[in-house]
Design a protein around this ligand. Structure first.
Ligand SMILES: Cc1cc2nc3c(=O)[nH]c(=O)nc-3n(C[C@H](O)[C@H](O)[C@H](O)COP(=O)(O)OP(=O)(O)OC[C@H]3O[C@@H](n4cnc5c(N)ncnc54)[C@H](O)[C@@H]3O)c2cc1C
Length: 493
């Protein structure tokens, strides 16, 4: 008989694991706190506007192919490549840098600020490429049985990469480029890890390789939520049951086994195996009551920045905006060094803007635009209250209006603001941290909360705060790793 698995959390990690486990013959039920699936990869609709709640693009598109193919399906998603990848505007300038994957075109873009850009960039990317390929299978796509096993794998990574573990990404960029603008633009990938280039190890320059040379960035025709709808439709066909509005508060155990999960209404859900897609560190502390993950210890860990997001449905077409845009200031280092530890709103915020109606017209009524704004802000250890959320939103909207020459406030039809406390409460994100645990060397591989519980034999974890880390394709890899572990430890008869 098929073993029964309960997955707690219908984020991408939980859904992808459900797809893989049902393909192996396990019977799966999914419990989710929110009223619909997707977790951070969610959707918000109002008055004919559809917004992607969080993620707006992804790298390593082939990980989704692998997911579907390994589950006996064609990949039904239609990808749209981001070309240019994005545009960048620095405050006080009319110039919008377009970031192309074609290095000759990119060199043209930077020709007056970075002489000999193409040669410098090829050299920089060559180093990034070797880091990517030398770690992909040794470190990223691998389950570890403890720290020794992990360190053994690390020892297999060529020693030439060691310096890049200990210097910052900014220092690395400084070694290759002269132009401040080029360095800032290339360092934006650090924010995808939820950190700044000044506290991100240089090994993550591999992300520049993924954006500029390897697979690039992609979104999905019809909007990012298609990923969730597609997987859920297939799971429903396979008989997977979903229970929404169900938050697990307590774990029942008998000896070294979980015997049930208790929800907020006192109902106990039972299965043979349990996979937790809630944050792997916070769940261990807040629900399992583990001392190693007590509140002071969780607070002492490194967490990624919090999202402050705005969803604007506007009348009219905003010509000054492309699909993906960054609006930055002129004090990058000072901003990155200070802002994320402050307890007040940034005065001149740096932010990202996505307008998916540019390539998916169905996401907005005719002649309108759906504008998503993401401003990284301090997590709630530093800024504990968000009563001033609307003030920050007004400030950002006014700045964007000025920089695009389009009166956004005067043409707003829909406006929703989602500050860190709402992200925290909606998806149980620890202190409102957007991407989960950070990715310093002390919190990756065997130093990240494992995907198998330390003491309960039938309890597993998947998602952004377990291995390998955060971001959509990486979470898909996480589902592969946990499925491999489960299949290895609980073979079906
Ligand atoms: C604003 C924002 C923008 C982002 N942009 C990008 C991007 O452009 N590209 C990219 O690749 N990545 C992006 N990310 C990161 C990406 O969204 C995450 O890495 C990924 O979605 C995490 O998936 P997950 O399954 O680990 O967790 P989640 O999506 O958080 O799913 C976990 C689920 O578990 C549920 N849950 C939690 N606790 C319980 C409980 N006790 N009981 C029941 N259910 C529970 C939650 O409600 C949630 O639905 C972004 C993240 C944010 C916040």
């Amino acid at each position: 008989m098929a073993e029964q698995v309960i997955i707690t959390g219908a984020g991408l990690g939980g859904l992808a694991t459900a797809l893989r486990l049902t393909s192996k013959g396990y019977k799966v039920k999914v419990l989710e706190k929110y009223h619909q699936p997707g977790g951070r990869l969610n959707s918000y609709k109002e008055q004919g506007f559809t917004f992607d709640l969080g993620p707006s693009f992804f790298s390593m598109s082939y990980e989704f192919d692998e997911l579907f193919h390994s589950c006996g399906m064609e990949n039904p998603l239609k990808y749209q490549q981001l070309a240019p990848l994005y545009t960048v505007n620095f405050a006080g300038s009319d110039r919008n840098f377009q970031i192309f994957r074609d290095l000759k075109k990119l060199a043209e873009e930077f020709k007056d600020i970075e002489p000999d850009f193409e040669a410098k960039c090829r050299k920089y990317l060559a180093g990034a490429k070797t880091i990517f390929h030398d770690t992909e299978y040794r470190i990223v796509k691998k389950n570890f049985n403890g720290k020794f096993d992990y360190l053994l794998s690390m020892a297999g990574v060529p020693w030439k990469h060691a310096p890049a573990m200990f210097r910052s990404m900014w220092t690395e960029l400084d070694r290759h480029f002269e132009s401040h603008e080029v360095k800032v633009i290339f360092s934006l990938v650090a924010f995808f890890l939820g950190a700044t280039p000044f506290d991100t190890p240089a090994v993550y320059k591999l992300l520049n390789y993924t954006e500029l040379e390897h697979d690039g960035y992609w979104s999905v025709e019809g909007g990012m939520y298609r990923i969730v709808e597609t997987i859920v439709a297939e799971l429903e066909k396979r008989g997977v049951e979903f229970e929404y509005g169900t938050e697990i508060k307590k774990v029942h155990r008998i000896g070294k086994e979980v015997s049930g999960l208790e929800d907020q209404n006192g109902h106990v859900w039972k299965a043979d195996l349990y996979v937790i897609n809630a944050d792997a560190a916070a769940f261990r502390g807040q629900v399992l009551g583990r001392e190693k993950y007590s509140e002071p210890k969780l607070d002492a860990m490194d967490w990624t920045l919090s999202p402050f997001t705005i969803y604007l449905g506007v009348k009219g077409k905003v010509e000054g905006l492309h699909h993906h845009n960054y609006f930055l200031g002129n004090n990058f280092k000072e901003y990155a060094d200070k802002i994320f530890k402050l307890s007040v709103n940034p005065e001149k915020p740096y932010y990202y803007v996505n307008v998916s109606s540019k390539s998916n017209p169905a996401c907005a009524p005719e002649g309108c635009e759906n504008i998503f704004i993401l401003c990284p802000v301090p997590d709630m250890r530093y800024k504990t209250h968000w009563q001033d959320a609307e003030t920050l939103a007004d400030n950002i909207i006014a700045d964007l209006s000025e920089r695009t020459g389009f009166d956004l406030a005067g043409n707003t039809m829909v406006r929703k603001v989602m500050p860190p406390d709402e992200w925290r409460d909606t998806f149980n994100l620890y202190r409102g941290s957007g991407l989960g645990l950070a990715h310093g060397l002390n919190q990756i591989g065997a130093f990240r909360p494992a995907n198998k519980d330390e003491s309960l034999n039938n309890l597993y974890y998947v998602g952004a705060s377990t291995i390998p880390g955060t971001g959509l394709p990486i979470v898909v890899i996480s589902s592969k790793l946990v499925t491999e572990r489960i299949c290895h430890e609980h073979q079906l008869v």
